[in-house]
Design a protein around this ligand. Structure first.
Ligand code: G5P
Ligand code: MG
Length: 211
């Protein structure tokens, strides 16, 4: 497997860019946040365990997340080119990937962005309930209010994109991010991306970093 992990603050654009690359190039996009939200919508055991943590803006415990990603990766062919969006969030999760030779991470891209822009990006985010396309009420508004440009699905706001939860998510991110960056920096796998540059130019730079 070829595994790239996307690191970066909530709202830094990981999901937006990973979705574009999975549509335009041969990358498989795996977002642990999307998996957990799907589990909550299904009412599964995993969803029941994760919901409280997500709604408070806290991390879901490592043992749950490591088991989820292990099972997901085990089902994929060895030739897969994978983007992990939102995993790992802790050094324990990063070590779990590396401990299995089949899932050792090839590179980690950190989405660098000034913290000041993130609250507005997150509280203004809207997502298509049908195809998952992300929009923003100000920066990427849909052509028709509340309706997806791509598939005409209706747009919704994530329950953890309310301002108080967003602020907690940003604090939680700061608590573990520098250790995670050090983990990949010391093993020469860390690549820095300017994530405050416009969607198209970010994508061009990203493709270069992933090749
Ligand atoms: P998630 O789902 O992984 P976060 O908090 O890590 O959530 P999030 O919020 O999904 O990350 P993102 O994917 O980086 O952020 O951002 P995005 O959706 O692409 O873009 C945000 C907004 O900015 C959108 O409106 C978009 O249109 C706009 N935008 C994007 N690019 C640009 C740009 O270039 N310019 C401009 N102007 N705007 C742009 O995790 C959710 C929860 O799940 C649990 C945790 O509880 C977590 O809080 N969880 C885990 N817990 C433990 N371990 C794990 N590994 C976990 N994974 C998930
Ligand atoms: Mg995301």
């Amino acid at each position: 497997m070829d595994i790239s992990v996307f690191l970066g603050a909530p709202g830094s654009g990981k999901g937006t860019q990973a979705k574009r690359l999975s549509e335009e190039a041969a990358f498989q996009h795996l977002s642990t946040g999307d998996m957990l939200r799907a589990a909550i919508a299904d009412g599964s055991d995993l969803g029941k365990k994760a919901k409280g943590f997500i709604d408070r803006g806290e991390l879901v415990p490592d043992d749950i997340m490591i088991a989820l990603i292990d099972t997901t990766l085990a089902k994929l062919p060895a030739s897969s080119k994978i983007i992990l969006d939102g995993f790992p969030r802790t050094v324990a999760q990063a070590e779990a990937l590396d401990n299995n030779p089949k899932t050792r991470v090839n590179r980690a891209v950190t989405f660098e962005i000034p913290e000041g822009v993130l609250v507005e990006r997150l509280t203004g985010r809207r997502i298509c309930s049908k195809c998952g396309e992300p929009f923003h009420v100000k920066f990427m508004p849909p052509k028709k209010d509340g309706i997806c440009d791509k598939c005409s699905g209706s747009l919704y706001q994530r329950s953890d994109d309310k301002e108080d939860v967003v602020k907690r998510r940003l604090v939680v991110f700061q608590q573990s991010n520098s250790q995670l960056l050090n983990f990949y920096r010391t093993s020469q796998r860390l690549k820095e991306l300017d994530a405050n540059a416009g969607v198209e130019s970010i994508q061009t730079n990203l493709v270069r970093l992933l090749s």
